[in-house]
Design a protein around this ligand. Structure first.
Ligand SMILES: Cc1cc2nc3c(=O)[nH]c(=O)nc-3n(C[C@H](O)[C@H](O)[C@H](O)COP(=O)(O)OP(=O)(O)OC[C@H]3O[C@@H](n4cnc5c(N)ncnc54)[C@H](O)[C@@H]3O)c2cc1C
Length: 510
């Protein structure tokens, strides 16, 4: 096998992905020798885009139990309660770690942490940085710590292709570095931290590397996946024609911004008692309906935020102004967009997948904390908590083969991921948006599956981003077809009710 590779290397652990989850795992894993791969430049996934913040029960009147109760309330009965207790219980300690690693969260004048509120949270518990640039600050700090460690080698422009499985155990992976350097990486522990699936959809807030590769790799190797039909659509992305769409953070509605239709009517008050602060899926579907009926949706923060916009929400303010919209004075055009994947590679509380040697952390994992819907700002927290736990689990398992890591040839020959057949991918993304998106039904899902197969035949043979996207699209559409009910992020017009029978997961590779 090694004859087919330009380079063969060994490390104690390989982490695929350099977002909050992958970097947290890598930092905790050192002093083991760790290689971290990213498809583009380091921290090129969703993490630096995160705006609103990270949730944790650090306020004086808050408690992990209260945070857990809010998380369960939104999760539609499919959360794993123990995982939720771990998330909310260990959240404050992981926030302390982030601060120790240099993350500068916003503070009040008295030095205490400034806490915001978002939909679904019954109290103020959202830590944020630079107003609404929380993810960028976290990525900056973690990249700096990882780069400073001599035990972590960060490799950019490295496309992890396939897991190597030997006698039922993951023992490494194959990767392409730059345009054409084929590498075999051997390690007793592989951690997938590849993020979500947003790029499968025509309208998304997720950046280009987020194509579900980890799910495709894990499924091909035989690992179990769970809850993958649950995709979260954010209600308010800026409808200004960009891809990815800029996010209009939930915190805006937390501060009192309201949704209006093009008649200036505040339609959410007729939809839900919590109006704009109703669960994300409820608000997203209400927005979708207004748009499907030929109307437009606007998020109006002129009264709630007004002149404070540039200081309280500098990221959103900058993005709006770039597109010629002044949110201090005019409502922002808004639309729903694919944002987050609740399901993923099934793991235990230590991030272990069903395959020995393989761990999964962050958005690509299904730890059970989100159930059918994610509470705002719980995903950065999940990356920090379970990235940490996976590293401890790997260390406790006595992993590490004691080898050093030779410098990868990546540094000599960086290159760019080839464009994965743009016409086919764009057709796939339109199809997923129209038929496997916010509103689903049997006929649409059946025809989507036929179309996905047709598009799959157009993809060039071999492992590629395009092949991964088709494989993941097929799995999500199939799971959505199986779940004959509506719950959380999964809504079927032919089965609009939630049923007790479906208090069970759809499992891939069961
Ligand atoms: C606009 C936006 C705003 C958000 N706001 C918030 C918020 O305020 N609070 C919150 O909690 N959450 C928020 N989220 C969600 C949150 O940012 C993500 O869920 C989280 O950052 C995911 O982190 P991660 O480490 O799992 O993956 P990511 O940060 O997405 O990183 C994935 C990594 O995997 C790599 N990768 C993927 N495939 C491969 C491959 N084949 N080979 C090599 N590398 C690969 C990528 O290159 C990337 O480095 C937001 C998301 C978006 C898009």
């Amino acid at each position: 096998m090694t004859a087919n590779f330009d380079q063969v290397l060994a490390a104690d652990a390989i982490v695929v992905g350099s977002g909050i989850a992958g970097l947290t795992a890598a930092i905790e894993l050192a002093p083991l020798r760790v290689i971290v791969l990213s498809k583009g430049e380091v921290a090129d996934g969703s993490t630096p885009y995160a705006q609103g913040g990270i949730a944790a029960a650090v306020g004086g009147d808050d408690s992990p139990a209260w945070h857990a109760s809010d998380t369960l309330e939104v999760g539609g009965g499919l959360n794993d309660e123990t995982a939720v207790e771990v998330l909310t219980g260990e959240g404050p300690a992981r926030v302390t770690d982030l601060i120790a690693r240099g993350v500068a969260f916003d503070r009040n004048e008295d030095g205490s942490l400034m806490l915001g509120r978002e939909a679904g949270h019954d109290t103020r518990r959202i830590l944020h940085a630079d107003g609404d640039a929380t993810g960028a600050e976290i990525a900056r700090a973690l990249v700096a710590v990882a780069r400073a460690s001599e035990n972590i080698q960060i490799v950019d422009h490295a496309f992890a292709a396939d897991l190597v499985v030997d006698a039922g155990r993951v023992v490494g992976l194959t990767a392409r570095i730059g345009l054409n350097i084929q590498v075999l990486l051997n390690a007793p522990a592989v951690v997938l931290a590849t993020g979500g699936v947003g790029r499968l959809y025509a309208n998304t807030t997720n950046p280009p590397p987020v194509t579900g590769d980890g799910l495709a790799m894990a499924a091909r190797a035989g690992a179990r996946l769970r809850d993958i039909e649950f995709v979260q659509f954010h209600p308010t992305a800026l409808a200004s024609g960009r891809d990815p769409m800029s996010l209009l953070t939930e915190a805006l509605r937390g501060e009192g911004a309201v949704l209006l239709d093009d008649q200036g009517r505040r339609f959410m008050v007729d939809v839900h008692e919590d109006a704009e602060l109703a669960p994300r899926d409820v608000v997203a579907r209400a927005n979708w309906r207004v748009i499907q009926d030929g109307g437009k949706v606007f998020l109006d923060a002129t009264t709630a935020v007004g002149a404070a916009f540039p200081t309280r929400f500098p990221t959103v303010f900058g993005l709006c102004m770039e597109d010629g919209i002044d949110p201090r004075k005019e409502p922002m055009p808004a639309a729903p967009a694919a944002h987050y994947h609740m399901g993923g590679i099934a793991t235990d509380l230590g991030g272990r997948s069903s395959l020995p040697g393989l761990w999964a952390v962050g958005e690509t994992a299904r730890t059970g904390v989100h159930g059918a819907n994610r509470l705002a700002s719980n995903s950065l927290l999940e990356g920090a908590v379970f990235g940490h736990r996976a590293a401890l689990d790997i260390e406790a398992a006595g992993m590490g083969n004691g080898v050093g890591i030779a410098a990868l040839r990546a540094a000599e020959a960086p290159g760019l991921e080839p464009d994965p057949q743009p016409d086919v991918i764009s057709e796939l993304r339109d199809l997923m948006w129209a038929r496997v998106g916010l509103i689903r039904h049997h006929t649409g899902l059946m025809s989507a599956l036929e179309e996905i197969d047709r598009l799959g035949e157009k993809i060039e043979p071999g492992v590629s981003v395009g092949a991964n996207m088709v494989a993941v699209a097929r799995m999500i559409a199939s799971a959505a077809l199986l779940r004959t009910e509506s719950r959380g992020g999964h809504y079927r017009t032919d089965f609009p009710e939630t049923t007790r029978w479906w208090d069970r997961p759809v499992v891939v590779n069961s």
